[in-house]
Every structure is written in C-alpha cells, then in structure tokens.
Design a protein around this ligand. Structure first.
Ligand SMILES: NC(=O)c1ccc[n+]([C@@H]2O[C@H](COP(=O)([O-])OP(=O)(O)OC[C@H]3O[C@@H](n4cnc5c(N)ncnc54)[C@H](OP(=O)(O)O)[C@@H]3O)[C@@H](O)[C@H]2O)c1
Length: 286
C-alpha cells in the first residue's frame, strides 16, 4: 500500500503515476487555472481534465506557468464521445494539445465506451478504431500512457481481441456507496491501475452515517475517510475542490489506517447516488 502523498504506482508500460490526483470537472476555464495552480502549490502532481470539461486551456496554462518542470507533472485528458473512430480521435487529440499548449500528455483516456444500446454491433469496432489511434499516439511519443474510462471488464475483454497495447489505467466511478469490487479485481488481475472518479461521490458520500462515525473516531473529516478507503483498496482517487482548505484536506490522508472491519462496513454501504443518478456505461446514450 502507498504510504505517503508523494508515492507513485508503477504502470504496466513502465511509467509512474502519483497515488492521488486532482480533478477539474465542473470547474470553468476561467477558474481552473487558479485552482490547478493552488493544487500544484500544495504538492499535487496529477491533474485530470477532459475535452468535455471545456477547461483544457486553463489547465494547460497552469501547468506551463507553475514553474514546475513539465516532466514532474502528470497530465491526463480524455477523448470525448463525439470523437470516436481513428481519424476523429487523432483530430481530437490535436485539438486537446492545441488547447493545452503542451508537447505531450502523460495519459490519454477514451472517456466512455461506445455501447451496444447506441451502436449495436458496431460498438466493438468503433472502440477498436479509437484505441488504434491511441496506440499510434503512444508509439509516436505524443502520449506516454493510454487508458480507458468507464470501460467495464466486458468492454475491455472485447477491446483486447484487437488491441496490441493494453490500457495502463482504468478510470471508473468509485466511492463509498459505489464500491466496484468485480471491476477492481479484474483490473488488478490484469495489471491495470484503477482510478476513482467522484471519489467523494461528488460530496454525497460525505453524509453517510458510517463515514461520519468512522471520521469522528479518527478525528478526520468524512472526505478523508472516503479517500483513505480508496487508497487502502489500492485505488487512485482524483478528488476535485476549488477551495484551498479542502485541497489541503484531501491530500492529508496518510496519518491513519482503517481496520479491516471498517473497510468491510464501507464496502457494504448502500448505493450513494448523485446528480441525475448512476450513469451505467451500457445504458448511457451520450
Ligand atoms: N471519467 C469520467 O467519466 C469522470 C466523470 C466525473 C468526474 N471525473 C473526474 O474525477 C474528478 C473527481 O470527481 P467529481 O469532481 O465528479 O467528484 P468528487 O471529487 O467526488 O466531489 C467533488 C465535490 O465535492 C466537494 N468537495 C471536495 N472536497 C471536499 C471536502 N474535503 N469536503 C467537502 N466537500 C468537498 C467539491 O466542492 P468544492 O469544489 O466546492 O470544494 C465538489 O462539489 C473530476 O473532477 C474529474 O476530473 C471523471
């Protein structure tokens, strides 16, 4: 298990990834530069964005203007659903690089799999073609690592039938009240690092009585208990906050350890739902 905020995981392609990241979903391009600068100042070295967040320009600016050497910051972006397929994914990548004004990305993710509900029998070949573009970008040195977001084991199995490079990272919705045991076991068995999106259940997990009770026992906050649970599962959380105090709180999760019993209690929490409800990758139509 990682022991310190500055620890990293070794990816299956030889690169290293920080054990906690910083999320930027729903932070406007106007605000994101200041927020990412703050996170970098506080020691975060993994920044997660996506073309869909419409804030890549501000994230790129923060990375460039931080004064921190580029190779010390791990930058992730994602290819959106309207950019699937070989040519379109390559074009989307070029747009991302133009937005960010960076020379390379550390990690590029397919944001959501094309699913059968929307694409029928075409879904597998669409995903295969998008991934072929990702493989070429990696071979060309434009991205260091490539991975998948919201891909479940059956999507990954299907993709691996034609892939020549396995994903390094799988990013999933994962939080107390959203424990994805099977997916995590599958990812671990295949050597893929699991990243938790919405690691706080977009703040909805912070109200749970089990989380609050455990937080009180350790003199920690509910957010710290959520993030600690993910870390003890070997999962890499990417919490988002625009508030300096919370950005600090979310990195301070190494001074205590949940017991096996506490881990099991959190594992078993009932589903925490936020926004318009869980977005199952096989059911979404965007
Ligand atoms: N791959 C995907 O499909 C996908 C989907 C969603 C998200 N993501 C990525 O994952 C990142 C994290 O997920 P998320 O932003 O959806 O949700 P999250 O990190 O679970 O929760 C963010 C919410 O929690 C609040 N918060 C943060 N720290 C807190 C603390 N210590 N105490 C109390 N409240 C706190 C934030 O408010 P304030 O900002 O006001 O503090 C915000 O409302 C995103 O930002 C994005 O980079 C990926």
């Amino acid at each position: 298990m990682v022991k310190d905020f500055t620890d990293t995981y070794l990816l299956n392609d030889g690169y290293r990834i920080p054990c906690i990241g910083y999320g930027t979903y729903l932070t406007s391009d106007e605000d994101v530069c200041r927020a990412v600068m703050e996170a970098l100042k506080q020691g975060y070295r993994l920044i997660d964005t996506a073309s869909m967040y419409k804030n890549e320009a501000g994230v790129g600016r923060a990375v460039r203007e931080s004064g921190i050497p580029r190779e010390e910051i791990f930058v992730t972006s994602k290819c959106w659903n309207t950019d699937r397929g070989y040519e379109q994914a390559r074009k989307a990548f070029e747009q991302t690089m133009e937005n960010m004004r960076l020379d390379y990305l550390d990690l590029y993710l397919i944001h959501w799999p094309a699913n059968r509900k929307q694409f029928g029998e075409q879904a597998a070949s669409i995903n295969a073609e998008t991934w072929r573009a990702f493989e070429d970008l990696k071979k060309e040195g434009r991205v260091r690592s490539i991975g998948l977001s919201n891909f479940l084991p059956h999507h990954i199995d299907e993709l691996m039938q034609t892939a020549s490079i396995p994903p390094a990272v799988i990013q999933l919705e994962f939080h107390p009240g959203g424990y994805r045991k099977e997916e995590l076991e599958y990812n671990n068995a295949h050597g893929y690092v699991t990243q938790a999106w919405a690691p706080l259940g977009r703040a909805a997990a912070l109200q749970g009585s089990i989380i609050c009770e455990i937080a009180e026992k350790y003199g920690k906050t509910p957010a710290q208990v959520c993030l600690r649970w993910e870390i003890q599962h070997g999962v890499l959380p990417i919490p988002k906050s625009v508030h300096p105090g919370r950005i600090a709180e979310n990195r301070d999760v190494f001074g205590f350890e949940l017991t096996d019993e506490e881990m099991r209690r959190i594992d078993g929490m009932e589903e925490v739902v936020f926004g318009s409800g869980r977005k199952h990758p096989d059911e979404v139509d965007f």
